[in-house]
Design a protein around this ligand. Structure first.
Ligand code: NAD
Ligand code: UGA
Length: 466
């Protein structure tokens, strides 16, 4: 079965880049990415590539190469489903904000809507692929909906979770550690569907990196991978607090343990706390699944990763307040970075949001600079937390296009995102323009303590004891 047409429902951080790379690597396949969000689709179709809805290094170049040839962005969802042999579902699966499982379980309403739409529209057999991150056993719900609402055509459901990280999405997609495909291995049709997807990836991914499993293992592996990664960050962040108390240096500890080949060096950077749209949501989902099976110890174990992360964010802002003589009321604090990590404009669950909220509660005045995040997004993030009105947020938090302007006349500066450009600033100049003593709170450990202290700053680096 050679696939010639693909539809992807959801033109977000995953759908857009993933399909752009498939289109680039498989010129013989027509790929259409659809979304109900008209503004987002317009942005994907914008001639000015600076207006693409997502900033990812390398993405604009690929979009230029394939858009209009075999990559299309459209709001005509029915048409794209109808024409496709393979439909990826890449819609959002946020944490539920209502009803049973509120604050924990994944909200699957968008997934169900997609399944019902595919069932209603499809007039020919289709392979339906879960690209979104889903609770284990969601495939059976999708199958049930499709089989009960479809027009008598056959559906094969596969799980093909996405492991890309933002900021490195294109490289991750071009050179994945592995591609995971879960399907029904007990039927000929199931095997054929898996093979059809394997053949797409084989266009650029080495065979030995394409892993096929049963569908439940695939669904659960995605949640497990994110839980393990987030757990490493919370583990090193827990150690960062011990380092600060004992005079140890968390970067030295990371290096020392990371050289153990059983531990490995990655994901051991202490920080102000992990953010991003998925770690927290996926762990909460895992906790909810464990609880729903009565596995309370398992649930408690994973929940601690989130508790530690919340603590890390709070302790960063608490430290700013206590260092600035126990009050930040009326004081200007400069924020460098708002995105949840460098090289992305995504701010979902960014530690900066919580740290800002805490400091605004203390009546600080905050001046933010982020190279890629727009002011509108920053106010939206604060509005979503809901601690105060938009007017109040605008009064006490200002967004700057120029970092030096943001840092001028501040009592303290907080580094929230590890953008490379922050390392290159003229810190001498920054120091001259600040109130004294000039405090610098490095939540990412990116500056050189000696150099910064020599200029005259009082420097606090996460995980660095005195
Ligand atoms: P996103 O919010 O950026 O994009 C989802 C898109 O789906 C939105 O544009 C929304 O309008 C659209 N949508 C929702 N329901 C729709 C419907 N019925 N019809 C058409 N369009 C619809 O989300 P994302 O970050 O791309 O994440 C998507 C999924 O991938 C989630 O399950 C997430 O957990 C998972 N994931 C995300 C990442 C990441 O780095 N962001 C990485 C791996 C996996
Ligand atoms: C993460 C996973 O890395 C991806 O494999 C997964 O596909 C994705 O979630 C998802 O399912 O959404 P992402 O959130 O984009 O990717 O970015 P990461 O590089 O994992 O960083 C997550 C957060 O952890 C960031 O806030 C980052 O700054 C923080 N982090 C990461 C640390 O604080 N220290 C580290 O050592 C690594």
């Amino acid at each position: 079965m050679q696939i010639k047409s693909i539809c992807c429902i959801g033109a977000g951080y995953v759908g857009g880049p993933t399909m752009a790379v498939i289109a680039k690597q498989c010129p013989e396949i027509q790929v259409t990415v659809v979304d109900t969000n008209h503004a987002r689709i317009n942005d994907w179709n914008d001639d000015d590539l600076n207006n693409l809805p997502i900033f990812e290094p390398g993405l604009a170049e690929i979009v230029t190469e394939v858009r209009g040839k075999n990559l299309h962005f459209s709001t005509e969802v029915d048409k794209a489903i109808d024409e496709a042999e393979m439909v990826f579902i890449s819609v959002n699966t946020p944490t539920k904000t209502y009803g049973k499982g509120k604050g924990m379980a994944a909200d699957l309403k968008y997934i169900e809507l997609c399944a019902r739409q595919i069932g209603r529209v499809a007039k020919s057999d289709k392979i339906v692929i879960e690209k979104s991150t889903l609770p284990v056993r969601t495939a059976s719900a999708i199958k049930s909906i499709l089989d009960n609402t479809g027009n008598g055509v056959q559906f094969q459901i596969l799980s093909n979770p996405e492991f890309l990280a933002e900021g490195t999405a294109i490289q991750d997609l071009l050179h994945p550690d592995r591609v995971l495909i879960g399907g029904n291995t007990s039927t000929k049709e199931g095997e054929q569907a898996m093979q059809a997807l394997v053949e797409i990836y084989e266009n650029w991914v080495p065979k030995e990196k394409i892993l096929t499993t049963n569908v439940w293992s695939s669904e659960l592996s995605k949640l497990t991978a994110n839980a393990f990664l987030a757990q490493r960050v919370s583990s090193i962040n827990a150690m960062s607090e011990i380092c600060e108390k004992t005079g140890a240096d968390v970067q030295e500890v990371s290096k020392a343990i990371g050289m153990d080949s059983r531990i490995g060096p990655k994901f051991l950077n202490a920080s102000v706390g992990f953010g991003g749209s998925c770690f927290q949501k996926d762990i909460l989902n895992l906790v909810y699944i464990a609880k729903s099976y009565g596995l309370n110890e398992v649930a408690d174990y994973w929940e601690q990763v989130i508790i530690m992360n919340d603590h890390q964010k709070d302790r960063f802002s608490d430290n700013i307040v206590s260092t600035l003589y126990n009050t930040v009321s009326g004081k200007k604090i400069g924020f460098l970075g708002w995105a949840f990590k460098k090289n992305t404009n995504d701010t979902r669950e960014s530690a900066a949001i919580k740290v800002a909220d805490n400091l605004l509660n203390e009546q600080a005045y905050i001046a933010v600079y982020d190279p890629k995040v727009k002011a509108e997004q920053i106010y939206k993030d604060l509005e979503y937390i809901g601690s105060r009105s938009l007017e109040e947020n605008k009064k006490y938090l200002e967004v700057f296009d120029n970092p030096y302007e943001a840092m001028k006349d501040t009592h303290g500066i907080a580094i929230l995102t590890e953008w490379d450009e922050f390392k290159e600033y003229d810190w001498e100049k920054v120091y001259q323009q600040m109130k004294k003593p000039a405090f610098l709170f490095d939540g990412r450990g990116i500056l050189n303590k000696k150099e910064i202290e020599n200029i005259g700053f009082v420097y606090y680096n996460i995980g660095l004891g005195n």
